[in-house]
Design a protein around this ligand. Sequence first.
Ligand SMILES: [Zn+2]
Length: 278
Amino acid sequence: MDENGLLGENKENLLGETREIADRDLQNVLKIVKAEHQDLFKTVLIDVGDPNVDTALKGGPAIFGPEEKVGFVPRIALAPDFEKMSDDSDYFGKLMERRHISIDLLKEQLSRVFVDKDITIDARLLKVIILLHELGHLKHYLENFKKPNVGYVEAFDNRREDYNRQLEHLPVPGVITSVARRAWERSKGNTDEERLISMKKQIVDGYFKLYRQDYYKKIKRGDADYNFSLQEGESVAEFLDRHERLEQETATEKFADDFAVKFLKKHWDELFPEEKHT
Ligand SMILES: [Zn+2]
């Protein structure tokens, strides 16, 4: 955030067209989290990012990670279309469709916490949940990796290694759901078998080559085998849904979801006061 004076006037040049979060619900979330967890905000940038610079924001609503342009401090960035999405926007419709498994899982969790409420995941609630989820990642990173004697670069390296280890065990090994789904959508072929082979190629030669170079080299040298296949009788859609469900159950994602649910349980009436009477 601007207040800690990390970026000053150079922010625009460094990070593209970023800006402060304007959405009122999201501002409320940040205000409450800030009061409750002052430790979380010592050094972190939270803003609406520029999808032309943060290309991950083209595919996903929000990112948490190191901001290499500013000394690898942690940063949470939201996609502009995500920040302003409404119930009738295309962006919301697509998000609900692409992440239906994680959203259903969250809805289940919330319904267990709010037994008297009829939980509907609308655009407003989903925005709040996703920001909280990213804040959960920040908390997990600070508690588990960014120890006082560990620098940001090393801390993020350790986190990445730990996270990659968790991803190795997923149905599409080594990648998060959005990458797996995109690789499937872009795959070519006339049959599922052909498309799965093309999908594998996309992941190795497209994704790993760019983002996991060590792993990519290992695969190319033949020191690592990269493979995945459907379970007996499973459709590709079911396979990708299974991937999403298991990703959501990894220790890292579970921590973030639990943080979001716990926060909502405690602060629901503050965030959504107009519903108090229900
Ligand atoms: Zn996450």
